[in-house]
Ligand binder design. Structure first.
Ligand SMILES: [Zn+2]
Length: 314
């Protein structure tokens, strides 16, 4: 009996180890345009331990002179996965990383890529660099270390080294159109349009079936950013979280930001408090209730919009 228990225990431990090993993300890049690939996201839910902290959409573009990466991920281990996956498609070196905003799930994996290619130019909104240098990097290290535990081991904050400009970058025969925003999903947003491939990387300003935290952002600015995105007429849209897709993803978020604002403005003018608005706004957005983040974020969105509308009125 004792032997049998030991055998069972051993079997259980091996199964757990295997299950854990299997859970690590190992996602083959998907080619979405002639030069552009996406390592398409883990589960939507940012809190989920099962994802090992991987829930965004690292992208890369193969140019004549090397590989340009757009957003990495949340940890050193995920960065190593990205390196392996890029190497499975091309032997060219990684020359640039563009980061879409300062949230740690989009840049804390940079370390693994920079270790492999020390000359990489890591490009981001000037305010992102300023913010992380002023200590915000520690916030993300602490948060993810608590959230992901051992999965986050060995991760260091490598702050991007090159401030971006709103302009067209020419790299290895390809054109990368960068647009910076000061008030959208955050105060550090960068959209990147791969001109020849007509692929737009939107960061978290646009998601697919997912509502992001907007506490560092502004709804009016986010709506304006959707209009800038639409004006680029992309054929493919790589969002911050959720599957990549077509231009309708941008149109949907333009509708969401605009309607949230108009609803809250209407109820604000009627003298309602934010908790009184909530059931009414939830009813208007009933078709989005199954999206990840909806239940967590909708109350916060209303309070934040209430404050935004109040600030504009006075
Ligand atoms: Zn974000």
């Amino acid at each position: 009996m004792k032997l049998f228990s030991i055998y069972l225990l051993g079997f259980f431990c091996i199964s757990l180890q295997q299950a854990n090993a299997l859970e690590w993300p190992n996602i083959q890049p998907k080619k979405i345009a002639p030069h552009t690939y996406v390592i398409e996201h883990g589960p939507h839910d940012e809190e989920l331990k099962v994802s090992h902290g991987f829930h965004n959409n690292p992208g890369f573009v193969i140019t004549d002179s090397g590989v340009v990466v757009i957003d990495t991920g949340s940890s050193y281990e995920i960065g190593k996965m990205i390196l392996r996956k890029i190497a499975s498609v091309t032997s060219k070196p990684i020359t640039h990383i563009f980061t879409t905003h300062f949230h740690g799930d989009h840049w804390l994996a940079n370390q693994a890529l920079v270790e492999a290619y020390p000359d990489i130019r890591t490009i981001a909104h000037p305010k992102l660099i300023e913010l992380l240098k002023s200590g915000e990097d520690k916030f993300w290290l602490d948060l993810f270390s608590k959230r992901y535990g051992d999965d986050f081991a060995g991760t260091k904050a490598l702050i991007p080294n090159t401030p971006a400009k709103t302009k067209h970058y020419k790299i290895g025969g390809m054109t990368f159109q960068v647009t910076l925003f000061n008030k959208a999903h955050t105060a550090t947003d960068l959209m990147l349009n791969v001109v020849e491939d007509r692929v737009l990387f939107t960061g978290d300003i646009i998601n697919n079936e997912h509502f992001s935290f907007m506490g560092h952002g502004n709804f009016k600015g986010a709506y304006e950013a959707t209009q800038a995105a639409l004006s680029m007429k992309p054929q493919h849209v790589v969002v911050g979280h959720g599957r990549s897709g077509k231009i309708n993803l941008i149109k949907e978020f333009a509708f969401i930001y605009k309607t949230l604002r108009s609803e809250v403005t209407k109820y604000y003018e009627l003298g309602l408090m934010d908790y009184e608005m909530k059931p009414k706004v939830v009813a208007t957005f009933s078709k989005y209730q199954h999206w990840s983040g909806f239940n967590n974020q909708i109350g916060r969105y209303i309070s934040q919009l209430n404050a935004e509308v109040e600030n504009e009125t006075f």
